[in-house]
Design a binder for this molecule. Structure first.
Ligand SMILES: [Zn+2]
Length: 81
């Protein structure tokens, strides 16, 4: 019964190869970058220290502010009389 054992050996090898490919296939892909970290640059408000996207922030004197109100309050507080 050498032929039967040969067929059995091939069948086991085939199943093992299929299982190996199923296990290894998802690991072939590289680590994915979180989508929230792409392209968006966050800046810190000089008044309240909250982080806002740079395209929504207001800049004055190389300082970033989350809103016009905080820009005005910070300017009045630091350079006002
Ligand atoms: Zn602010």
């Amino acid at each position: 019964m050498l032929l039967f054992r040969l067929i059995l050996l091939f069948a086991v090898a085939f199943i093992a190869w299929r299982l190996y490919r199923m296990v290894m296939a998802p690991r072939m892909r590289g680590p994915e970058q979180p989508p929230s970290l792409r392209g968006e640059v966050m800046v810190e408000c000089a008044f309240c220290s909250v982080h806002v996207p740079r395209d929504q922030a207001i800049v004055e004197d190389s300082r970033w502010f989350c809103c016009e109100d905080h820009r005005r309050q910070h300017t009045q507080g630091s350079s006002g009389t």
